[in-house]
Write a protein that binds this ligand. Structure first.
Ligand code: SAM
Length: 222
């Protein structure tokens, strides 16, 4: 039986790999990796030896078709990204869609992803929320923000640390400086922290320090 397993990997703390993720990585024929070096280090740590195939080739439609072909011929494949869950602000979607189209079984294992702990840590309502991922960097950024002006659900954004202050400024402009929000940094890592407060308070907090590490921004709905 052909199948594709989407296997989440740790977003910092290696102990967050699941038993089933390890088991799956051990049983497949090939592992599709976003960056074979990064995944190579992870596999070495867990003493798993498997052939790795680099990701970017299957960002192309043609490569995706070829991979699906191999799966139909019986190759068991797992797909991992550098960190977290594949296809969540990472490549994966194209291959998943191709497999569904061809009746290849896909199975996404539950596991690490950054937005869930960030949302829960924020203390903002988590019964309804929208995952916005990365905002477009230039073109379309303002339009995307405009579209969220009246959003009543809690909003979750991924952002790079060097754009944090700029993003917070744009959010304050769009939602008002007194809107409640949180910024989670370095989740699952030694220097993990979550700053909570109004957009203005969080901006002040981060203005006074150099911002390092990966971050998730969570903003209260209207
Ligand atoms: N696939 C990943 C997931 O499931 O969350 C997301 C990959 S995306 C390329 C990387 C972004 O995820 C970072 O810019 C940051 O916004 C967020 N992220 C990943 N790891 C994180 C961590 N340890 N702490 C905070 N944010 C993190």
């Amino acid at each position: 039986d052909s199948s594709l397993y989407l296997v989440p990997t740790p977003i910092g703390n290696l102990q967050d790999i699941t038993l089933r993720a390890l088991e799956t990585l051990k049983t497949v024929d090939v592992i599709l990796a976003e960056d074979t070096r990064t995944t190579g280090i992870l596999l070495k740590h867990f003493e798993i030896k498997k052939p790795l195939k680099s990701y970017h080739i299957f960002n192309e439609h043609k490569a995706v078709e070829q991979l699906a072909e191999s799966m139909l011929q019986g190759q068991k494949m797992a797909m991992v990204s550098d960190a977290g869950t594949p296809a969540i602000s990472d490549p994966g979607f194209l291959l998943v869609r191709e497999c569904i189209k061809r009746d290849i079984k896909i199975e996404c294992l539950p596991g690490p992803t950054a937005f869930v702990p960030a949302l829960v840590n924020s203390g903002l309502p988590s019964d309804r929320f929208v995952f916005e991922g990365f905002l477009p960097q230039k073109k379309g950024r303002q339009t995307r923000l405009e579209g969220l002006k009246d959003e009543t659900r809690t909003m979750v954004f991924y952002e790079s640390p060097h754009r944090l202050l700029k993003a917070l400024g744009q959010f304050a402009e769009c939602f008002g400086a007194d809107r409640q929000a949180s910024v989670s940094r370095e989740l699952t890592k030694i220097h993990e922290e979550t700053a909570r407060g109004t957009l203005e308070e969080i901006t002040t907090y981060f203005s006074e320090k150099t911002i390092k590490g990966e971050i998730v921004i969570v903003i209260a709905g209207k």
